[in-house]
Design a binder for this molecule. Structure first.
Ligand SMILES: Nc1ncnc2c1ncn2[C@@H]1O[C@H](COP(=O)(O)OP(=O)(O)OP(=O)(O)O)[C@@H](O)[C@H]1O
Ligand SMILES: [Mg+2]
Length: 319
């Protein structure tokens, strides 16, 4: 059974088509990144999956359960972390988690064990007796993640879990998400515009733009579909110029200057040693040479360039 399925899922708000005709199949296991810029429809998809927003048309399910028809069944298997969810400020972190654990139907002892375990793993244990009103943004985000994990969900839906966090905290939180996913055999659907973090933890992706899914697959297949190649880069002694230097016609592009480095697109890795040898044979002194693989952000941008004319922008954060 698939972790998450959507078939022609559509949500319209007046004139705005927040999600259009979305068909998505996310298998169990791994971390699926739902990528998209501001307004692409990520939050709307996640809200429909957990039953908070009713689709205008089409269907979706989580582990075969329909949020529209059987929200209780979805909540039993699914944990959700939304930016809009707020814990009870006057209660302590621990009281909040115990409350949500019991609301999810856990027995008292089991809830206590799970809450302690999560608070320790997420480094909230020292803060357990402080009222949530005193929590920092980072502590609140972790508490929110703990809440989503409290009843051992099989599917975890996360919407921008690190918004508002600094680089270090965001990195740490993403690492925790991927640890939990592996340890507890949880499938994660991560809605994000932070390509850098997504690349470090996701096993597959869906790219949303203007409410439409423009591409999906693992990094390699998205990269191939977008035609993103590796680059060879060289720094020469004394700032020499490789302008117009084209050792052989197999190069996809000539050598171009880029931030003090000379770079050329490669068709395959084998071209790197050939190119390097040829530059040296032509009498240049190479101080540094490197092979630069495309990042998820490169692949994402190229994919959107290939789907022009849609709404939304290609601006995503490098993270
Ligand atoms: N309740 C609503 N009423 C009207 N329009 C809405 C509502 N919720 C979302 N939209 C619109 O739907 C579109 C998709 O919004 P959504 O919040 O799903 O995007 P997103 O990808 O989560 O963006 P962000 O990265 O900014 O969180 C946007 O154009 C938004 O303005
Ligand atoms: Mg959003």
């Amino acid at each position: 059974m698939e972790a998450v399925t959507a078939v022609q899922l559509t949500k319209t708000y007046g004139e705005v088509q927040a999600v259009r005709d979305l068909t998505l199949h996310v298998p169990q296991g791994g971390v699926f990144g739902l990528l998209g810029a501001q307004g692409a429809g990520k939050t709307t998809v996640i809200r429909m999956l957990c039953g908070l927003t009713k689709p205008t048309s089409g269907e979706c399910s989580v582990l075969g359960c329909s949020p529209a028809k059987d929200p209780a069944a979805v909540h039993a298997v699914c944990g959700v972390m939304l930016a809009s969810a707020r814990p009870y400020a006057h209660m302590t972190g621990q009281q909040n988690l115990l409350f949500f654990a019991q609301a999810a139907g856990m027995a008292e002892k089991a809830a206590e064990r799970r809450v302690s375990e999560l608070m320790k793993d997420l480094e909230l244990w020292e803060e357990r007796e402080r009222p949530v009103s005193e929590y920092s943004t980072g502590m609140l985000q972790k508490l929110s993640l703990a809440r989503a994990l409290v009843n051992y969900p099989s599917v975890l839906l996360l919407d921008e879990p690190t918004s508002g966090l600094d680089y270090e905290s965001a990195h740490a939180l993403h690492a925790l998400v991927s640890q939990f996913a592996a340890r507890e055999d949880t499938t994660v659907l991560l809605g994000t515009s932070m390509m850098h973090y997504a690349q470090s933890i996701c096993t597959a992706y869906g790219i949303l733009e203007g409410g439409e899914l423009v591409a999906s697959g693992d990094f390699q297949s998205l990269r191939e579909a977008a035609g993103c190649r590796a680059h060879a880069e060289f720094r020469l002694s004394g700032g020499e110029s490789l302008e117009g230097f084209r050792p052989d016609e197999t190069l996809a592009t000539g050598l171009l200057e880029h931030n003090g480095w000379w770079r050329a697109e490669l068709r395959d890795e084998e071209e790197m040693p050939r190119l390097l040898r040829s530059i040296v044979e032509h009498g240049y002194d190479v101080l540094e040479a490197r092979l630069v693989e495309p990042t998820l952000e490169d692949v994402y941008k190229r994919t959107l360039e290939q789907h022009p004319g849609k709404e939304g922008t290609a601006d995503a954060h490098a993270g």
